[in-house]
Design a protein. Structure first.
Length: 339
């Protein structure tokens, strides 16, 4: 069976295609990335501009075309904070459906946190013990703590790298005052949940997911992605503190030339690095392991569970015809992926 997750985020629409079989891990067979760059199109009143709406709809359409070519049996499309929090999100979703034939599902911040934790728990297994997970996306930061497959605590905070860049780091490169205000804001926002995290008890293992952490780890010397998912990777707070002043001095165009920093994320990497450093320091965590599985894998794993438990669920090949695609996806929407 060939399944796929389409993650429609602030920087790109990412299609991850997986060939699944009993007992095998959901390792990607194909990956397609189409730029959305929605952070650039968010207007002061919280709506996505017409250019942004057109761009994301076109990116999803190309992703669906790729899914058809690749013979996907069952897709699961979803949007994260960039679209979910937009004032005109229904208009965005309607345009996506009109142009591509699919209607993505919304995931709340807590659902994203739980599904990401579920993927990390599966990656490390029961021997990991109590697991603390930190994820920094474009619009939100997730903090999740637990010992079992269902976490004891799942928190989503408005501390995504793209959001913080728009709200605080308006200059390129940012000013010292902007950096100071951003650091204070992250610290103040975290103070609302730190006592609860500490009350739950210390974790045995601390892991980080998301492109933000992966790029920061690569910047500070971790192995490149081409080495594969089974190579251990780590990000140390001490290394972050060395790099943040340098990142902050450079304009985005020059940051994009650094090891591991992609051009679409070069503008927001300073906010991501500051958010990561303040958070890990507040949690008394000197370093984190980089987990290769995150939200998309969590959705796939939950989806596989549902299919396994519902053998009568019809799986018809994805087509580009809008009516056929929508009918197929309604079956998935009637049984949404559990959080």
């Amino acid at each position: 069976m060939r399944l796929a997750v389409l993650d429609i985020g602030s920087n790109s629409a990412q299609l991850q295609v997986v060939d699944v079989s009993a007992g095998a891990p959901p390792l990607p067979a194909h990956a397609v990335k189409e730029p959305t760059l929605l952070a650039e199109e968010l207007l002061p009143d919280g709506t996505l501009s017409e250019t942004g709406v057109e761009r994301v709809a076109a990116a999803v359409g190309r992703s669906v075309d790729a899914a058809v070519r690749l013979g996907v049996d069952h897709p699961y499309p979803f949007v994260t904070a960039a679209v979910r929090d937009a004032v005109n999100r229904e208009e965005v979703i309607d345009r996506i459906q009109a142009d591509s034939g699919i209607r993505p599902q919304f995931l709340s911040g807590e659902e994203e946190a739980r599904l990401t934790y579920f993927a990390a728990r599966r990656w490390y297994g029961w021997s990991a013990g109590r697991l603390l997970l930190v994820d920094i996306g474009g619009g939100s930061m997730e903090l999740v703590l637990g010992r079992d497959e269902e976490p004891e605590l799942a928190i989503s905070l408005p501390l995504g790298a793209g959001r913080l860049t728009r709200e605080f780091l308006t200059a390129d490169p940012p000013t010292r005052t902007q950096l100071k205000d951003l650091r204070r804001h992250v610290r103040d926002t975290l103070s609302e949940v730190l006592d609860r995290l500490r009350w739950e008890g210390p974790p045995r293992r601390v892991v980080a997911t998301s492109k933000t952490f992966k790029q920061l780890a690569r910047l500070t010397g971790a192995a490149p992605q081409r080495k594969g998912p089974f190579v251990p990777r780590e990000l140390a707070v001490a290394d972050l503190r060395k790099w943040i002043p340098r990142l902050a001095r450079l304009p985005a165009a020059e940051r994009a030339g650094l090891q591991g920093i992609s051009r679409p994320r070069a503008r927001q990497v300073v906010a991501g690095a500051l958010g990561a450093e303040v958070t890990l320091a507040a949690l008394d965590v000197p370093s984190v392991e980089i987990c290769p599985w995150a939200l998309r894998e969590g959705i796939l794993l939950r989806h596989l569970e549902r299919v396994a438990n519902t053998p009568e669920l019809p799986l018809q090949p994805l087509t580009r015809h809008p009516d056929a695609t929508v009918r197929q996806l309604r079956t998935a929407e009637e049984q949404p992926v559990p959080s």
